[in-house]
Design a protein around this ligand. Structure first.
Ligand SMILES: Nc1nc2c(ncn2[C@@H]2O[C@H](COP(=O)(O)OP(=O)(O)O)[C@@H](O)[C@H]2O)c(=O)[nH]1
Ligand SMILES: [Mg+2]
Length: 107
């Protein structure tokens, strides 16, 4: 489980087991506020479920507009991931870049 998923899951558990029972008292918390918390918790639960699913981002554009440069800067910034700045299309084929614990190249 990634650290953010664990943190959020723990937070939700704390909310359900500790905070909600405490605040579920009209003298302490107006019911509209409690409903707002319930909506926030539901949104957070949904985010946790989708956190580990792959998010596909597509870079499209004419040759030489800076797609590869941008991708390299976003992913690492030090080591180039895809070639950039040459003459003509360098990555004319569709290239898929994915996170992996070990560097690898599949053709
Ligand atoms: N001035 C400027 N040049 C850029 C920028 N991004 C990329 N370049 C240059 O544009 C050229 C082509 O970039 P590249 O990333 O290979 O383009 P791609 O064909 O879209 O992947 C390279 O010489 C880059 O240095 C930018 O934001 N500003
Ligand atoms: Mg390119």
């Amino acid at each position: 489980m990634n650290p953010l998923t664990k943190f959020t899951t723990d937070l939700l558990k704390w909310y359900e087991q500790r905070a909600y029972p405490f605040f579920n008292d009209p003298l302490l918390m107006p019911s509209e506020k409690l409903s707002e918390f319930a909506r926030d918790a539901e949104r957070l639960r949904h985010s946790v479920e989708t956190l580990d699913t792959e998010l596909v981002v597509c870079f499209l554009g004419n040759s030489g507009v800076g797609k590869s440069t941008l991708l390299n800067a976003i992913v690492d910034g030090k080591q180039p991931l895809v070639p950039s700045g040459g003459i003509g299309p360098l990555t004319a084929q569709a290239v898929v870049v994915r996170y992996a614990t070990q560097p690898q190249l599949k053709v």
